[in-house]
Ligand binder design. Structure first.
Ligand SMILES: NC(=O)c1ccc[n+]([C@@H]2O[C@H](COP(=O)([O-])OP(=O)(O)OC[C@H]3O[C@@H](n4cnc5c(N)ncnc54)[C@H](O)[C@@H]3O)[C@@H](O)[C@H]2O)c1
Length: 322
C-alpha cells in the first residue's frame, strides 16, 4: 500500500512536528488530541508555528499556507483514524495511556491501516497486545525536534508483518526522512548511544578530568564535528582499525574489561582489515578511487561545517548554575 493519508494522535510537541512534516510531504493529515477543544488549539498552534518557521527561513516559502490547507483536526480519535492509511500515535510516554489509546485507534481504524507509535523507550511487545491486528503495528520513532531531524528508528515486534516496513520507509522518504530498523530492545539504538555518551561525560566531570563546559566544547569541536557525516564505524575505518585496536588496549589497562577491544575489531585486525589505509574496512572495502572520494568528501564536509558554524555563531549559553 502507498500511504497517502495520515492521522497523528497526540498533537503535542512531537506529534505536532510529525504532522507538519507529513503535510509538507504532500500527504493529507488529520490530528486528534484529548478533546475536540485541545485538538482545535493544537491545530491553531501548528499553523502559527509553521508561519514562524517560514518567517525564520526554516520552512520554505508557502509552507505555512500548505500546512493551513492540508492539516485538519478531528473531533475524536475515532473520527481521525476512521479512513486513513497510516496512524502515528504520539501521546504521553506512559504504557497505560498508550495501550488505551492504541486500543481505541485499532478498533476504529480500517483493518489495513498501519499503526505506528512514537515511543522513545517502550518495547513494541509491551504495547502490541493492546492493538487489534498487531501485525500492522510497529514503532516509528522520530527525534526531537521532529520538523528538522531526518533519522527515524523503526522497531518491528514479533507479530509485525515485515511487508509494512518498506511501506513505512517509502512514507518516510517522501518526508525527506531516513528510517533504520532496529531490534525490539529498550532504548533502541540512538538513546542507548546518547545515554552512554552522557554517562561517560558525567563520569569524566565527576572525576575532575575536565569541566562540564570543556567536555561539551571538546565533543562539539572534535568527534562531534564528524558525526553528521560519518557514524562510528566509518570513523574507525578512516582512523585505522589497527590504531583503534591499539587504543582500546590502553583503555582496557586503565579502565578494565568494560573498555576492552571489541571482538569485531580484533577479528578485523586479525584478517588484516586496517580500514581506509589498506582499503579493507569494517563497513566496506574501498578501491583507490573510493578512498580518494571519501577523503575529498570528508575534507569538504568539515570545511563546510566550519563555515556553517562561523555563520551561525555559538549556541546561546544559559545562565551558569551557582
Ligand atoms: N519530546 C521528545 O524529545 C521526544 C523525542 C522522541 C520521542 N518522543 C515521544 O513522543 C511521544 C510524545 O511526546 P511529546 O514530547 O510530544 O509529549 P507532549 O506532552 O508534548 O505531547 C503529548 C500529547 O498527547 C496528548 N494526549 C495525552 N493523552 C492522550 C489521549 N488519551 N488521547 C489523545 N491525546 C492524548 C496530550 O494532550 C499532548 O498533546 C512520547 O511517546 C515521547 O516519548 C518524545
Amino acid at each position: 500500500m502507498t500511504i497517502n493519508t495520515v492521522a497523528v494522535i497526540g498533537a503535542g510537541y512531537m506529534g505536532g512536528g510529525i504532522a507538519q512534516s507529513f503535510v509538507l510531504a504532500g500527504l493529507d493529515v488529520v490530528i486528534a488530541d484529548q478533546s475536540a477543544e485541545a485538538t482545535a488549539q493544537a491545530l491553531e498552534r501548528l499553523i502559527r508555528e509553521a508561519q514562524e518557521f517560514e518567517d525564520q527561513g526554516l520552512y520554505g516559502a508557502g509552507s505555512a499556507a500548505r500546512i493551513k490547507a492540508g492539516l485538519r483536526s478531528a473531533a475524536s480519535i475515532e473520527a481521525a483514524v476512521a479512513d486513513v492509511d497510516f496512524i502515528e500515535e504520539a501521546v504521553f510516554e506512559n504504557p497505560e495511556v498508550k495501550r488505551e489509546v492504541l486500543g481505541r485507534i485499532s478498533a476504529a481504524a480500517r483493518p489495513d491501516a498501519i499503526i505506528g507509535t512514537n515511543t522513545s523507550t517502550i518495547p513494541v511487545r509491551v504495547l502490541a497486545d493492546a492493538v487489534q491486528g498487531p501485525e500492522r503495528f510497529l514503532t516509528v520513532h522520530f527525534s526531537n525536534p521532529a520538523p528538522f531531524i531526518p533519522g527515524v528508528e523503526l522497531v518491528a515486534g514479533e507479530k509485525t508483518d515485515p511487508k509494512i516496513i518498506p511501506e513505512i520507509r517509502e512514507l518516510l522518504a517522501k518526508a525527506g526522512r531516513q528510517g533504520a530498523q532496529v531490534a525490539d530492545v529498550p532504548g533502541f539504538v540512538l538513546n542507548r548511544l546518547q545515554y552512554v555518551l552522557l554517562k561517560e561525560a558525567t563520569a569524566i566531570a565527576e572525576e575532575g578530568v575536565a569541566t562540564v563546559e570543556d567536555i561539551d566544547m571538546l565533543v562539539r569541536t572534535t568527534f562531534g564535528f564528524r558525526l553528521p557525516f560519518f557514524g562510528p564505524f566509518a570513523i574507525a575505518d578512516q582512523a585505522g582499525l589497527d590504531v583503534y585496536a591499539g587504543g582500546f588496549s590502553t583503555f582496557e589497562n586503565a579502565f578494565g574489561p568494560r573498555l576492552a577491544t571489541p571482538q569485531i575489531l580484533k577479528d578485523a585486525v586479525t584478517a588484516d582489515r586496517r580500514g581506509l589505509k589498506n582499503g579493507r574496512g569494517l563497513i566496506a572495502d574501498y578501491s583507490d578511487a573510493e578512498k580518494q572520494a571519501v577523503i575529498a568528501y570528508r575534507n569538504k564536509a568539515y570545511a563546510e561545517m566550519g563555515r556553517l558554524l562561523s555563520v551561525l555563531g555559538p549556541a546561546p549559553a544559559g545562565t551558569k548554575i551557582g
